[in-house]
Write a protein that binds this ligand. Sequence first.
Ligand code: SF4
Ligand code: SF4
Ligand code: SF4
Length: 247
Amino acid sequence: MKPKIAVFSLTSCEGCSLAILELEDELLDILGAVEIVNFREAMTERSWDIDIGFVDGAVSTPHDVEEIQEIRNHCKAVVAIGACSCQGGVNTLKNYRPEEDYRAYVYGEGAKHFPTLKAQPISAYVKVDYELPGCPMVKEEFLALVKAVLSGQKFELPATPVCVECKKKGNLCLYEKGIICLGPVTRAGCAAICPTFGSKCEGCRGIVGEEALQAAGVNLREQYDIPLDTVLADLRLFGAYQEETLP
Ligand code: SF4
Ligand code: SF4
Ligand code: SF4
């Protein structure tokens, strides 16, 4: 019996679900090993007999709450894919605005027909078995997770900050140009793609851990006289929920 997998989207741009469809050659190999039973972007059939449910998007409406609870009840394992699902992602920007402001901005006079909630990651509501962070998630990590689960092996995300990958590429650190970058506190795994192309890391893969936070706090102050709080203020784009839960 092939494992049955499903892909769901809550509040999001659904870019992480689309990233699965973009796997092309690799997707054919995966389809040989699993049965996709529920994937709104790709098929019309729906089944709720599911081994692994992949979920992109944050919980941001009462309907999202019902949906994530139903998904959890029907999936043996739940995998959060992408920053929205793992950390709340860009959806959490609304948490900093008065509710009546953003509802009126988005829905105008029809706002009363669209109930909303503070945006949160799915782990705020249900148990999550694995997380694949990033905006969008990293396709290679998706493939590695599927292979690990199918072969009964352990799957782990990198436990080092983006700076490690950035240094290996020989990039000039953006702090040397006076630009604040979240690489020292953000989980590696994206090949430091943003600083490699000249942009600062915005933290889309989430905070790597307490040790990295402490090390970054010391290093940034010693080398650049920048307090960690100033750096973490930039987390708001992708990690406002994380910002709330920082030690
Ligand atoms: S993490 Fe990014 S790409 Fe994925 S669903 Fe959210 S906004 Fe879209
Ligand atoms: S540019 Fe950013 S990711 Fe690269 S070494 Fe500097 S702080 Fe780290
Ligand atoms: S460099 Fe930072 S913002 Fe860019 S993809 Fe990697 S974790 Fe995300």
